[in-house]
Design a binder for this molecule. Structure first.
Ligand code: SF4
Length: 291
């Protein structure tokens, strides 16, 4: 994949309130494109206008300077999300350290963060995350299957699931609010009771505080085309099942979502794992200071 530097105009974007998933107020993307190459990735959709998502990664070379300026002007402290359009810990980050440097700036300004990633490379920034956690730091590891072999087919450029889980265990041991984003659960590929149960058990074993699920996948335009091409390569016959089941619809739920959800919620309840993230609460700290 080609790597190119670009100059960004703006870094932080406002998130429409309220954000029901992660309680974000701002979003930040330091890169464009992603080396993890997940076959289902929504960032390929035409609406995002990332023309060469699978061919190049653009590095926002002036990101740190911009972030400093933008945070200095922010009147409202709110959670900054990393990882919506690309993985902030793709392999390139080991050299460039853009995410690491951005987190150091965020720590200095005392803003809360939520990071979403599929990589154990997040541990390189453990000290900074602990510093940010004086305000609030949450790290969600995406896991759509508990099986490393299947994960290599659907998320070919990402570290093994077992590595992600070990990273989560370390984060939890350091007091970071951490858990799993179990989305998407791919219809006809990952939608078995065994898979969902295995993810919950592994989450419990590795200290997850929460698992946020979505029993289905969204598909549109060139994202759908890319996904179907990969299905043809790795799962012959599945494209035709998708076409029969969903036609051109955007949200493609797993066929027996209620049954899977029942298995999921019962197991989470048994292991006392939340099914929502606990977001940053600006007032909680103030309230605590009253006592
Ligand atoms: S890690 Fe996230 S952004 Fe990167 S390819 Fe996978 S789904 Fe897309």
């Amino acid at each position: 994949m080609a790597i190119k530097e670009i100059q960004a105009k703006v870094l932080l974007s406002r998130v429409r309130q309220p954000d029901p998933w992660f309680g974000l107020r701002y979003n930040m993307n330091l890169y464009q494109g992603c080396q993890h190459r997940c076959i289902y990735c929504d960032s390929r959709s035409e609406c995002y206008q990332v023309e060469h998502f699978d061919g190049e990664v653009l590095v926002k070379a002036n990101a740190i300077e911009l972030l400093q300026k933008e945070l200095a002007r922010k009147r409202v402290v709110g959670t900054i999300g990393l990882g919506s359009m690309n993985d902030p810990y793709m392999p390139l980050e080991a050299e460039v350290n853009l995410t690491g440097r951005a987190l150091q700036v965020i720590a200095r300004f005392g803003f809360p963060v939520h990071v979403i990633t599929k990589s154990d490379l997040v541990l390189k920034d453990l000290d900074t995350l602990c510093e940010i956690n004086r305000t609030y730091a949450a790290v969600s590891l995406t896991v759509t299957t508990a099986d490393d072999t299947l994960a290599k087919k659907v998320e070919p450029g990402a570290p093994l699931v077992s590595q992600r889980l070990k990273a989560m265990q370390v984060l939890a041991a350091h007091g970071i609010h951490t858990g799993i984003v179990m989305m998407p659960v791919l219809p006809f590929v990952e939608d078995t009771e065994d898979n969902v149960a295995a993810i919950v058990r592994q989450a419990h074993k590795h200290g997850a505080a929460y698992i946020v699920p979505s029993f289905g996948v969204t598909l549109r335009d060139r994202q759908r085309a890319y996904y179907y091409d990969r299905l043809d390569e790795s799962f012959p016959g599945l494209r035709q099942r998708y076409e029969r089941a969903y036609g051109n619809q955007y949200y493609c739920p797993v066929p027996d979502a209620d049954r899977l959800a029942k298995v999921f919620y019962e197991l989470c309840s048994r292991y006392s794992i939340a099914t929502r993230i606990t977001p940053y609460q600006p007032d909680a700290a103030k309230q605590l200071s009253l006592f």
